[in-house]
Design a protein around this ligand. Structure first.
Ligand SMILES: C[S@@+](CC[C@H](N)C(=O)[O-])C[C@H]1O[C@@H](n2cnc3c(N)ncnc32)[C@H](O)[C@@H]1O
Length: 266
């Protein structure tokens, strides 16, 4: 949540926050009791939520690796970064391409505090953090341009974040606005949790009553709709575990509760 000018609200440990609840599901330690309580209540109804958070992070790592290694992208704009964890976007990208530049964007004050300490860079590359609201794409683009060359391809990554925008058309407009500023050969990599899913729908309803910024689940067709006008990279917009899996070790632990894909701007 931010003020109307898009600057972050002060740190609040009395209500659950998306980044901190997500950190609890990922097994991290950067959250408050109120976040843990919300995370646990969700997990009672949808026990696969920890698997979903990890599956989402593996999807991020595979897509960023694909973009850096196979698509040759050297610039990344990661919106809704979350608290630093294993294999953050710049670590995956710079492992493949040490000169990769990564700009992170989030509006959570705790993410800001941790990002300053932990989001370091290779000497050849650059890592920058912007404290801004996703609802203000023009602010994000203006500040990102200080680190990224927006005349060259950029991969826009938005993972498990667009559900915070209640209105689907507004969410689509934000993605379109950001992509419109990027040249041909840029990419969108995105994933989000979906409905219909009885357990996640019920758990999300309770989550949205917890005081945290509400999350809106969308059908898979709407997740695919974020890629309209882009050339989808195979295998398209699919359950996360099916996107170019690297380890074929059994069924999707999340039972297709989240979908994602990668698309190239023609
Ligand atoms: C569920 S977490 C996902 C974190 C990370 N992308 C990942 O996949 O692990 C959602 C993130 O979106 C951020 N967020 C929520 N609303 C936002 C907004 N309006 N502007 C910027 N970031 C926002 C939260 O602070 C949180 O870090």
């Amino acid at each position: 949540m931010t003020t109307e000018h898009g600057t972050p609200l002060p740190l609040d440990s009395s209500t659950p926050h998306s980044a901190r609840v997500w950190n609890a599901w990922l097994g991290g330690k950067d959250h408050y009791p109120v976040d843990r309580e919300t995370a646990d209540r969700f997990a009672e109804i949808f026990p696969a939520i920890g698997d979903l958070a990890r599956t989402s992070r593996y999807f991020l790592a595979r897509t960023v690796r694909y973009l850096a290694a196979e698509a040759g992208v050297r610039q990344f704009l990661d919106i809704g970064t979350g608290l630093p964890t294993a294999d953050n976007t710049h670590e995956v990208a710079q492992r493949v391409a040490p000169d990769a530049r990564v700009v992170y964007v989030d509006n959570d004050p705790l993410v800001l505090a941790h990002a300053r300490a932990l989001l370091t860079s290779t000497p050849e590359g650059r890592t920058h953090y912007i404290s801004a609201d996703l609802h203000r794409p023009e602010v994000i683009l203006r500040q990102a341009a200080e680190t990224l060359d927006l005349g060259r391809p950029v991969a826009l990554t938005i993972m498990q974040t667009l559900g915070h925008v209640a209105d689907y058309e507004e969410a689509r407009a934000i993605v379109r606005h950001l992509l419109s500023a990027l040249p041909s050969g840029s990419y969108l990599a995105l994933n989000d949790s979906v409905d219909p899913h009885g357990e996640t729908a019920e758990a999300t309803r309770l989550y949205n009553e917890s005081g945290s910024a509400p999350y809106h689940l969308r059908p898979p067709g709407q997740i695919a709709g974020f890629f309209d006008g882009l050339e989808l990279v195979e295998p398209g917009v699919v359950p996360l575990a099916q996107w170019r899996p690297e380890i074929l070790d059994g069924p999707d632990p999340t039972n297709a509760a989240a979908y994602g894909g990668v698309g190239r701007k023609p």
